[in-house]
Ligand binder design. Sequence first.
Ligand SMILES: Nc1ncnc2c1ncn2[C@@H]1O[C@H](COP(=O)(O)OP(=O)(O)O)[C@@H](O)[C@H]1O
Ligand SMILES: [Mg+2]
Length: 255
Amino acid sequence: MPGTPEAEAVIRVRDLAARFDGRTIFEHVTFDVRRGEVFVILGGSGCGKSTLLKHMIGLYAPAEGSIEILGVRMDGLDGAARVALLRRIGVMWQSGALFGSSTLAENIGVPLEEHTDLPAEARDMVARVKLGLVGLADAAGRLPAEISGGMAKRAGIARAMALDPPILFLDEPSAGLDPITSAGLDALIRQLARDLGTTFVVVTHELQSILAIGDRCIMLDKEAKGMIAEGDPRRLRDESRNPVVRAFFRREVLA
Ligand SMILES: Nc1ncnc2c1ncn2[C@@H]1O[C@H](COP(=O)(O)OP(=O)(O)O)[C@@H](O)[C@H]1O
Ligand SMILES: [Mg+2]
């Protein structure tokens, strides 16, 4: 079962430190992401959430520590091994831009064109299946400029799922969305995790999202330069004794 201690760790982060020009963003970050769970990375602006994500997918090399994804150490991978591993994870960035001059189906076909030998009709078919999974079956022929912000996020998720990755990374998926659209996106993430067994690593600082989707979470903190909480977000809300964690979950203003 997702979230239970018996579930296999698909990502292992050990004693990770991130530094830029000698400035420590975070250190001593250690956690597992278990197969099939929705794992949330939370914390205030500038605490290093996106930086952690970039380390996890191998865009940044650790200053210290290690990251293992699906049993493979990210650091020290050669080019071919890195490409093979990156094929197995999907990423939707905060900016998440779609190609403006291509239809949604063509956008989702891009990773298929880059990484597979599928002919154009097969790519189009896969793209339409993925769009169907995110509730955009009727929008395959539309251009990004012709859809809403919420639909663009869904299309970004469909594109990240193009190659059927067992792990999906989403950086602030609900940024810039109104609360209702954001709640719809949360429901979609939960549904995909449940129906497809996809493991999600979601960066967010939206309290409602965290409580709606997170099986487990970690909280980063800028002052502490590292993790200040780990576990079930509902339990953290109700039981944490850390004043910063409590303030975040209860929306208290710290004196
Ligand atoms: N490539 C980089 N070079 C230098 N500093 C960086 C780089 N990436 C991120 N940072 C710094 O790391 C800190 C955390 O950034 P970020 O991970 O984007 O925070 P968050 O996503 O939590 O808002 C910020 O101070 C940011 O300026
Ligand atoms: Mg960020």
